[in-house]
Design a protein around this ligand. Structure first.
Ligand SMILES: Cc1cc2nc3c(=O)[nH]c(=O)nc-3n(C[C@H](O)[C@H](O)[C@H](O)COP(=O)(O)OP(=O)(O)OC[C@H]3O[C@@H](n4cnc5c(N)ncnc54)[C@H](O)[C@@H]3O)c2cc1C
Length: 432
């Protein structure tokens, strides 16, 4: 039987659905383009502060990455303290680390609680397995220094104790972040959309924004369903940024991520694979991320099987190979679901909140957004409101472009080959 091409999460949350279509208003204080976690969080904050908000999505709200991701939450960005301090100075660097590791997660947790979003949230913790043995000492040093700056909870796990976390010998030890968690991302999106609507925001799906132009007092937004005027515009389009936003498109690289759910394996087998029930991620360049399903019966396994939109049979068999590499004793398994989505990478791997030509944006999550996207959507909204609480270190990152990125990511197959070569090279140095 072939696997369904839709996310496993949708079996329990329902597929993302557009609210009933209503005539678009002629004007709104703010138009938000993109109704994933960023756009919906921004819409909620703006509406709670009295703005009339129209959040538009080209598809069903959440049908971008937000309702199809791996459902892991917690500081996913591997920011080097030394590198951040060298680039931004200590104040901004420490702000970036605090927001990425602590504030964003605390914010989403509070929203889940305050809005009573039932999204299978659990504080499972996350294990990051090291690809090279040299990473163990390096990470211990990084952690010791980071903990002088922010109170991040983490525990180094030597290889001798690794099987307490994951039934694999593939890694050279790792680190556990006990506060990281798990959720059903499609349920989070649905709950956030309901919260934004309750606050008074209008959310409309199946309404692509085609272009923007300056108008008196703001912008004219041409959509497939008519024109709307708005005082302010927020682009929340991350890996789905298209030609309607040409300046942003040159700054975001849409990199697909591929993911499968197994047919039920049984609770005992899954517990054997994940003895501590944690989320697992690897440190290798084209890393895998995997976890038990919320009911503890299946394996959900994702990875960058390719850096470009490769055919389904290629990516599914690549994931099958990766699963066998991680869990050589598992034997053949069937997939019930095999799907994909687009992450939005910035050239410096850092998200950014800011304005280009008067249009606000919050994007560039570079593969990790369940905490950061709602957080920076909220921060962008506060900045748009002129609220000093909107201050964020992520408005100091730069969202650079490259002269050779004009819009279409023609270079991804070449990057794919390069990263494959780097993974092979790293494999030779695995015990170094
Ligand atoms: C397979 C996969 C696994 C992942 N796993 C994890 C994980 O485990 N943990 C984690 O933290 N992060 C994970 N991520 C990343 C995370 O999902 C994203 O960073 C996050 O969802 C970004 O949210 P967003 O709202 O900014 O963008 P999206 O959810 O991608 O939403 C952007 C929206 O903009 C809309 N849009 C674009 N252009 C227009 C236009 N012109 N007009 C109208 N609408 C437009 C699109 O239709 C889309 O719905 C994963 C991503 C993928 C793809």
């Amino acid at each position: 039987m072939s696997a369904r091409a839709t996310p496993y999460w949708w079996e329990y949350a329902g597929a993302p659905a557009s609210p009933p279509q209503t005539p678009l208003p002629d004007e709104a204080d703010v138009v938000v383009i993109g109704a994933g976690l960023t756009g919906l969080s921004a819409a909620r904050t703006l509406a709670r502060n009295g703005k009339s908000v129209l959040a538009l999505d080209a598809a069903a709200p959440g049908a971008g990455a937000s309702a199809r991701n791996g459902g892991m939450i917690g500081g996913g960005h591997r920011l080097s303290l030394d590198d951040m301090e060298a680039r931004f100075g200590p104040t901004v660097a420490h702000g970036l680390l605090r927001e990425a590791h602590l504030d964003s997660f605390a914010f989403v947790r509070a929203v889940i609680e305050d809005e009573e979003i039932a999204c299978d949230f659990a504080e499972t913790g996350r294990f990051r397995g090291f690809w090279r043995s040299s990473e163990y000492e390096a990470t211990a040093r990084w952690l010791a220094r980071l903990q002088t700056v922010i109170p991040l909870e983490a525990e180094m796990i030597p290889k001798a104790r690794q099987r307490q976390e994951v039934a694999s010998d593939l890694y050279a030890g790792g680190v556990v972040f006990p506060r990281h968690g798990a959720l059903n991302p499609a349920k989070l999106v649905a709950g956030l959309m309901a919260a934004a609507q309750r606050a008074g925001a209008t959310v409309q799906g199946d309404t692509p924004v085609l272009s923007l132009s300056r108008a008196q007092g703001g912008f004219r937004i041409e959509t497939a369903r008519g024109t709307v005027k708005a005082g302010q515009v927020l682009a929340a389009t991350n890996g789905y940024t298209n030609a309607a936003l040409p300046s942003l498109r040159r700054r975001i690289i849409p990199i697909p991520s591929f993911i499968v759910a197994s047919e039920p394996l049984g609770e005992n087998r899954v517990r054997d694979l994940f003895p501590s029930g944690r989320m697992i991620v690897e440190s290798r360049e084209r890393h895998c991320y995997y976890r038990p399903s919320p009911d503890g019966k299946r394996l959900v396994f994702g990875g960058r099987a390719a850096l470009f939109e490769a055919p389904e049979n290629f990516t599914t068999s690549a994931l099958r190979g990766l699963i066998a590499e991680v869990f050589p004793d598992l034997g053949p398994i069937e997939f019930s679901h095999a799907w994909r989505g687009r992450t939005g990478f910035s050239f410096d791997f850092l998200p950014n909140v800011g304005q280009i030509d008067g249009v606000w944006h919050a994007l560039g999550y570079s593969g990790s957004g369940n905490a950061m996207a709602p957080w920076l959507g909220h921060k962008a909204a506060l900045l748009m409101l002129g609220d000093p609480e909107g201050e964020t270190a992520f408005s100091q990152t730069r969202l650079p472009t490259r002269w050779w990125h004009r819009g279409r990511p023609w270079f991804l197959p070449f990057a794919d080959a390069l990263f494959r070569a780097r993974d092979v090279a790293a494999s030779f140095g695995r015990s170094a």
